[in-house]
Each structure stands twice: as structure tokens, then as C-alpha cells.
Write a protein that binds this ligand. Sequence first.
Ligand SMILES: Cc1cc2nc3c(=O)[nH]c(=O)nc-3n(C[C@H](O)[C@H](O)[C@H](O)COP(=O)(O)OP(=O)(O)OC[C@H]3O[C@@H](n4cnc5c(N)ncnc54)[C@H](O)[C@@H]3O)c2cc1C
Length: 390
Amino acid sequence: MNSAKVAVLGAGVSGLIAALELEAKGFHPILIEASDRVGGRLRSDQHESIALDHGFQVLLTNYPELKRYQLLSALQLKEFRPGALIFEDQDPHRIGDAFRDLGFLGSTVFSSVATLRDKITLLREQRRLAQTRPEAVFAQTREQTTLDYLSERYSDRFIELFFKPFYRGIFLESVLSTSYKHFEFVFHHFALGKAALVVNGIQRLPELLASRLTQTEIKLNTAFDESEIEKYDALVQTYPNTTAPADYNGCINCYFEIESADEGLLKQLETTIGLIPHSDYVNNLHVLSAGDRQLLSATVVGQVEMGHSEIEGAVRQELLERCAITVGKAVKTYTIRRALPRKTPMQYKAKVQQEGAVFYAGDYSLYPSLNAAMQSGRAAAEAVSRHLNR
Ligand SMILES: Cc1cc2nc3c(=O)[nH]c(=O)nc-3n(C[C@H](O)[C@H](O)[C@H](O)COP(=O)(O)OP(=O)(O)OC[C@H]3O[C@@H](n4cnc5c(N)ncnc54)[C@H](O)[C@@H]3O)c2cc1C
């Protein structure tokens, strides 16, 4: 056992991983969390038998960190099919990766969403990026926005109908100004794995990590007060320093009861993500079900200043006009202002930032992803251990 006094500030996924790794090195850390639960941005509520995540969050099953901590086999996952339903009009286009899901073959080969050249380029890019290691993606020195990168490769129509709505839902920003490095990172993992929802809520993931902590004292509802730094030999801080606050992309996530829609369409939306291109409000949608209960989840990118009843009305209208889905009562609407850090170094690995005894971790220090949060937590724990065992 190491008797040094170590604190981890923030019980999001980076803090939980930092605590686990510190335990593995013989420390007995104290994990201090401002809110009432562990998980940070991974948060869910229960509505009857259906878990409502605070924002549409998927696990990419190829994320190395999920494999490293054996989380995939420990969580009940619902995988999405590798494709999308695109609501250009009420009869959606179905496109997808026919090599991995033959059900997409006919509708993709004959789809008018993309040109033949787009389809060939996509296949070639998929092969290339599947073989490109994430380290190499982030090591590229060239800088470019995702939109410019896509414009060099694909037709405007394919970008407008597919890439824009699909990646808006991932980057949570409208114009795809996010670095193409994040695009390539996500594309690499889509090429090698699937996107999956945690059936009983994304919050199960941090709860599972917390249940593995045996030597850590967890203090909830406790905002760390900087005047207490001196009490500790080392600290891992998992949120940005107040002197360098991060900007965030935000979104709104509404869950509705479904009143009427084509049964076949709802069935497809349980396993295939729906996209509404050129939309004023809804970027993507899917259907959650448990037993005979169904809810529709709709994500609006940005618009975080709109009030809940105003946004629910706008979403209701758009779902009717664009998808022929009539939704009823909004069971829950979440406004998430601080969803993804906007400006990150976009690095796969970085030297852990240190100020005195404080070591920084969190997704904002690498790239905006769960995988990055976990990597950064482990790296900070290793840096603390080196620092204290010098
Ligand atoms: C809507 C949405 C969709 C997303 N989609 C995806 C996705 O599909 N795939 C993906 O990989 N990632 C996605 N993410 C990103 C992913 O959730 C984050 O990268 C990850 O959860 C960040 O973890 P973290 O530990 O770095 O930060 P956080 O989860 O923000 O944890 C920081 C913690 O510090 C606490 N804290 C702050 N100040 C103090 C203080 N003074 N004292 C004590 N505690 C404090 C906070 O309460 C919080 O619990 C999404 C995020 C959101 C919100």
C-alpha cells in the first residue's frame, strides 16, 4: 500500500479510470464529485421500463478502452445496423454497409443518395481507414475541417444527405468544422465495429467502473475547493482549469410517446438510426422499446437556448412533416449545454499537463470521446505514480 494522499477530482469516466489505475498501483485515493452521482456526462434516468440517456450516446464497440476494461461483455448492448434511414422525404432512403449487413445490399446499390463514384470512394476510404491506426490519424500535421475534407472526396448531394446529418449527430455541431482527424478516428472505429446503446442506460458504464473500486473513498455532492489542494500529495483533476475554461458543443434530446406511424418504419428505427437532412431541428432519431412500450428519441444539435415546450413543438411538427410520425406527450427533454469540448488538442496521446501537484485528465485534453476520457484518466494516474515514487 502507498500511504500518499491522492485525490481524484470528478467522477466522470476519466476520474473513475484514474481511481482504478491508482488502486492498481497501491494507492487509496479519494474521489471527489460535485454532483449526486458518478458518471459525469454519462447519465441516465429511468422512465417505466426504458432508460433515458441524457443525450444520444453510443459506444463504438471497437474502442480499445472498452475492450481493455472488459466493459463490452459486462454491459447489455443493443447494436445498431451499419447504415441509416435518410428522410429526404417521408419514404426514407435505406443505405448501409452491405458487406457487413446484406440487408442493405439492394437499397444501397440502387440508392440515389450517392453517385457510383461516391460509393466506390466510400469503399476505398473504408478499407484505408480501417487499416490506419488512430495514433497515425492524430499524428497527421495537416489541419482541415471535416467539411473541407469531405468536399474533396464526395458529391455535394452525398455530403448533404448523409455525412452532414450523420456527423452532426456525432460532433454536435452543424457545419462540420470539427477536425477531419476526429472524423477519421470515428470512421476507423465504425469500419471495424458497431455503434451500440447500453440497454439499461449509458450510466451503467460508470456505475460498473465504480463497483470495481475497492480501495477508493467516493465523496458525492462535494465540489472541490481549490484551497484544499495543500492537503494532498497529488491530485488528478478531470475538468478544465478555471483559468482555461473549455467551450462545448451542446444538444437537446427529446423523448416522446409515439401516437401513430408506420409499424414497419418504427421497427426499422429500433435498429437503424434515422437522419433528417436539411432539418431545422431534428438531426437524428431512433426508437427505444421494452416489452410493448416504445419511445422515440430525437436529437437536436445546438439550439440550447430554446425552451422545452418550444423545442418539443418544433420537433413534433418536423417528425410529422418529414417522417410521417405523430408523437404525443414528451416524456422527457434534456438540454445538454456542455456535451463535447469544442477545442481540444486532437491528440491521441499527450504528455499529461501538470501544475504543481495537480495532474489534468478528461476528454478535453485529447479529443472529444469516451475513449479519450478513459485514456487520459489512466495516463494521469501513471503520471501521479511516477511523481510520487520518484
Ligand atoms: C450528448 C452527448 C453525446 C455524446 N456522445 C458520445 C458518443 O457517442 N461517443 C463517445 O465516445 N463520446 C460521446 N460523448 C462524450 C463522452 O460522454 C465524454 O467524452 C466523457 O463522458 C467525458 O468524461 P470525462 O470524465 O472526461 O468528463 P466528465 O464526464 O465531464 O466528468 C467530469 C466530472 O467532474 C465533475 N466536477 C466538475 N467540477 C468539479 C469540482 N469542482 N469538484 C468535483 N467534481 C467536479 C463533474 O460533475 C463531472 O462529473 C457524448 C457526450 C454527450 C454529453
